[in-house]
Design a protein around this ligand. Structure first.
Ligand code: GDP
Ligand code: IMO
Ligand code: MG
Length: 428
């Protein structure tokens, strides 16, 4: 019985959903602790494909509770759409709960996100336009609406009125758009409250009691370190802390309770949205990776930018997260590449080599990546079940990553289906 945190180590879409789903089978609790429905977590159960955005990816396999923690921002409409889609496929969602302290994404958050991107021109972040940033802004500004407020119509009324008074000035005067009307929002959200009543709980007690009772508790990160509000490629980041540390504030658990810190990385690199990406391949090789890896956003359908693995960024990411166990996904996608490159250092404009990930994208943009070239393999590895049975050059590739990072690989994923895994070491 233990605790597990699954986090993305790159720019998102590493396959966290698949790994969470696999680990959820033995979990009593699966908890999302940050982000919202900007996430897109794909899970294949046989031929059946599920894409989870707001619900924990454990919802399919976990027999205990699935919790949307206090650190998540919740769009009620998206929540019900997802619940409905899953129930339509014959699965129960009675075990899904929302923290009373989770903040609610309101229509004005989505519009603010959209209008800001519209006027940003070249400095567009390329957000998912789900209202994530503006919702977190209101949380920090102490004017947010929380899940618990949906159960108190009077409090809700005051908060919506106060928010609209300010937001409508922005819409009309700054963005030259139409204002929103209180009546169009209020009744809808009172109704959401009625429908959510039995799902809204003080989840921090549940989760901490479960840990104390030696249950298996799994925390599922969305997004990833390089999109982290503090440590990512700011300002081209999301508005939450998708780190292992984010679990403590996003679920209300002490750092000492976290045992297995599982970092997920693709065998290469992708990014969706704008911003720095040192190892990006804007050429035929990048296109080939996109094609073989089917690299299109699970939330927005946008083509993902593709490139080689960046070990400088990955080691930085492991350091911030304190990763104890590494997961490498999509190794199968690299089959048939004659040579595989990995970024091992950056060269500064002065000609020096550095393995430090810089704090500004301006500095990062002046760096050239120094690569090491490794041998590829040309066998199909998607049915391989043990590390020993991988082609030698695939083993060498994985060992090179382990040695550079100083972290052991726990699992290698060789296909999207939940059984396509090579377990290389054990969890604690
Ligand atoms: P997440 O956001 O981290 O959960 O990742 P996404 O679900 O957005 O993107 C990962 C994509 O890769 C999904 O379509 C998965 O089905 C797929 N996938 C996951 N692991 C593997 C793997 O090992 N091999 C292949 N070929 N696809 C994988
Ligand atoms: P999962 O959990 C990849 C990116 C957006 C944009 C930036 C900010 O599936 O890995 P936001 O809407 O959060 O304000 O957008 O972050 N982004 C993601 N990229 N995977 C995700 O989630 C992402 N969630 C947000 O594309 O660049
Ligand atoms: Mg995704």
């Amino acid at each position: 019985m233990s605790t597990y945190v699954v986090v993305g180590l790159q720019w998102g879409d590493e396959g966290k959903g698949k790994i969470t789903d696999v680990l959820a089978e033995k979990s009593d609790y699966v908890v999302r602790y940050q982000g919202g429905n900007n996430a897109g977590h794909t899970v294949y159960a046989g031929e059946d494909k599920f894409v989870l955005h707001l619900l924990p990816s454990g919802v399919l396999q976990c027999k205990g509770k699935c919790i949307i923690g206090n650190g998540v921002v919740v769009n009620p409409e998206a929540f019900f759409n997802e619940i409905e889609a899953i129930e339509k496929r014959g699965l129960s969602t009675d075990h899904v709960f929302i923290s009373s302290r989770a903040h609610i994404i309101m229509p004005y958050h989505i519009l603010l996100d959209t209008y800001r991107e519209e006027i940003a021109g070249n400095s567009q972040i390329g957000t998912t336009k789900r209202g994530i940033g503006p919702c977190y802004e209101d949380k920090v500004a102490r004017i947010g609406i929380r899940a618990i407020d949906l159960l108190n119509p009077e409090v809700l009324k005051t908060k919506i009125k106060e928010n609209l008074a300010v937001k409508n000035v922005l819409f009309e005067k700054l963005f030259s758009k139409k204002p929103l009307f209180f009546e169009d929002i209020y009744e809808k959200y009172v109704d959401y409250g009625k429908r959510l009543k039995n799902r809204i709980i003080d989840s921090e007690y549940d989760i901490n009691h479960a840990i104390k009772d030696q249950k298996n508790v799994l925390f599922e990160g969305a997004q990833a370190l390089m999109l982290d509000i503090d440590f990512g490629t700011y300002p081209y980041v999301t508005s939450s802390s998708p780190t292992t540390g984010g679990t403590t504030v996003g679920a209300g658990v002490p750092p000492t309770s976290l045992k297995n810190l599982i970092g997920v990385s693709k065998a290469y690199c992708t990014r969706v949205g704008n911003g720095a990406f040192p190892t990006e391949l804007e050429n035929k090789t990048g296109e080939l990776i996109r094609k073989i890896g089917n690299e299109y956003g699970a939330s927005t359908g946008r083509p993902r930018r593709c490139g080689w693995l960046d070990l400088v960024a990955l080691r930085y990411s492991c350091m911030i997260n304190g990763i104890t166990h590494l997961v490498i996904t999509k190794l199968d996608v690299l089959s048939n590449f004659e040579k595989i490159k990995v970024g091992i250092a950056y060269q500064t404009p002065e000609g020096n080599s550095t393995e430090v990930f810089p704090s500004t994208i301006e500095e990062l943009s002046t760096y050239e990546v120094i690569y090491k070239e490794l041998e590829g393999w040309n066998e199909n590895i998607s049915d391989v079940k043990s590390f020993e049975n991988l082609p030698d050059s695939a083993k060498k590739y994985l060992q090179f990553i382990e040695e550079y990072l100083g972290v052991d690989i726990y699992l290698v994923s060789v296909g999207p289906e939940r059984s396509q895994n090579i377990i290389k070491s054990t969890l604690n």
